[in-house]
Design a protein around this ligand. Structure first.
Ligand code: SF4
Length: 470
């Protein structure tokens, strides 16, 4: 007789359900198994299946119990030192995108750049808070308006830390020789925004034909200069979605096949300009799936240059491999303001970019200190109450809990509070959809789907990854 580690379940289709335990091991079965489980009448073959898949133990302390406990413990990582910092040397920007989340300041506005004193204190704060490795993401506003400040931070990090990496998030409206010089270093990456075809990009961002042409010219030039150190993120308006094939063609044209599909987020000032972004789930979900199937159709043969959607690949890895914990929006515990912080143009420190947006829009001040006086431990501590999805009454019954995360700042931004029942949150609805979709792909008999799954996970193709209990 085996003792089964507690299982949760969710219906995938009329005839199938996914079962999972708290450690994240899962399998597909049916209503007959659910009934046997519920009535405590598991058959010998049920018990053998569960024991063989390490989801039940035969005695206390056997290998299955130890591996289950090990998996559980490895998901509960303690907080780590600061290693990822978003720096905002200026809030000024030369564009005015309709869904800007941070309310940029006008290009000639005064008082929205780091002062000499702020720069000095940023360096001092980093030297005290970061131990060996640092990844710096420069954001704005448009950070390239202050190339001088970026250069000084880069020099400082290279000198003080064992390893440094820099990402410049820029609209690429201006590419001058000083910028080209900065990005020629191998530890510098450029991330820009590319919403799709020139027409769509103009409507959402650049407004005029000349600014649009300038952007695409600069984008091509930077791509030629730094190759795959250039990446681009789209932000898509659910009311104005492109055809998936046109959209992928644009990215393909620039040799970009890993795409992070993101709708306009109901944060910051996008709340005013795009109010429907709060309730776009069903339209967005259809578009999202259509894009993935278009990618799958294009992923033919063995290739290292395949199409993938960044977040779906992350979700698949989290479902199938414990330890993929680096994405701040998809982890639990989600230690807010520990390994990942943002330092704003005025020296204030926030646990994330979304948190600073909420302060800018006057919703709530989630700053956790500043570079002059240091961290406010009490404020940082107050944010951790909802960092664990395992403590949430809904998540603790959800088969995806081990792979899912917790994002109380998103809940606050969208719903005005962090204790909304999970199923009513945009975070939960988005993730339930992607997890269900990932399960559909994992349990698909279609060789094309299996081939793409293998490419995304770096496994031999084709591959069928799901366990099934009949
Ligand atoms: S947020 Fe939703 S999908 Fe994620 S674990 Fe909680 S209930 Fe499940």
């Amino acid at each position: 007789m085996s003792s089964v580690f507690p299982l949760r379940f969710r219906r995938l289709s009329e005839s199938s359900l996914v079962f999972a335990n708290e450690a994240g091991q899962f399998f597909k079965s049916n209503d007959r198994f659910l009934e046997r489980l519920d009535n405590e009448k598991l058959t010998k073959s049920d018990q053998e299946f569960l024991f063989d898949h390490a989801m039940a133990s035969r005695r206390a302390g056997d290998i299955n119990e130890m591996s289950y406990l090990h998996r559980l413990a490895s998901r509960l990582r303690p907080p780590t030192d600061l290693s990822y910092v978003i720096l905002v040397p200026t809030l000024r920007c030369d564009l005015a995108c309709s869904y800007c989340q941070v309310s940029r300041a006008a290009i000639n506005a005064k008082g929205f750049d780091w002062s000499d004193e702020t720069l000095l204190n940023v360096k001092s704060y980093l030297s005290k808070s970061v131990s060996k490795r640092i990844q710096v993401e420069f954001q704005g506003g448009e950070p390239t308006l202050r190339l001088d400040l970026m250069s000084q931070i880069m020099d400082f990090c290279r000198e003080h830390f064992e390893e440094s990496r820099f990402i410049i998030c820029t609209n690429l409206s201006v590419v001058n020789e000083a910028f080209v010089d900065i990005i020629s270093a191998e530890d510098v990456f450029v991330s820009s925004s590319l919403d799709g075809s020139p027409d769509l990009h103009r409507k959402q961002r650049t407004n005029t034909k000349s600014q649009t042409d300038e952007f695409f010219k600069n984008f091509s030039r930077v791509g030629e200069l730094i190759g795959d150190r250039l990446s681009a993120l789209p932000t898509l308006d659910s009311k104005n979605l492109p055809a998936p094939s046109d959209f992928l063609d644009t990215f393909d044209h620039y040799n970009m096949r890993s795409v992070f599909l993101r709708p306009v987020v109901y944060h910051g000032f996008a709340r005013k300009r795009h109010p429907t972004s709060k309730d776009h789930q069903s339209v967005w979900q259809k578009f999202y799936e259509a894009c993935i199937y278009e990618m799958i159709a294009r992923n033919i043969g063995e290739t290292s240059d395949f199409y993938e959607e960044y977040y779906l690949t992350l979700i698949l890895k989290r479902l199938l491999r414990p330890g993929e914990d680096n994405h701040i929006d998809l982890r639990s515990p989600n230690w807010l303001g520990y390994d990942h912080q943002l330092i704003d143009y005025d020296g204030r420190i926030y646990p994330s970019d979304e948190a600073r947006m909420m302060a800018r829009t006057g919703q709530v001040d989630l700053s956790i200190g500043d570079v002059f006086a240091g961290l406010d431990e009490e404020k940082r501590g107050a944010l951790q109450g909802r960092a664990f999805n395992a403590l949430d009454p809904w998540c603790s019954q959800c088969p995806y809990q081990a792979a899912c995360g917790s994002d109380p700042i998103d809940d606050l931004a969208r719903h005005g509070r962090a204790d909304v029942p999970k199923p009513a949150t945009a975070y939960c609805q988005k993730h339930l959809h992607i997890f269900d979709f990932a399960m559909k792909l994992i349990y698909s008999e279609d060789k094309k789907n299996q081939h793409s799954l293998a490419l995304w996970l770096g496994l031999p193709s084709p591959i069928f990854l799901g366990d099934v209990l009949q």
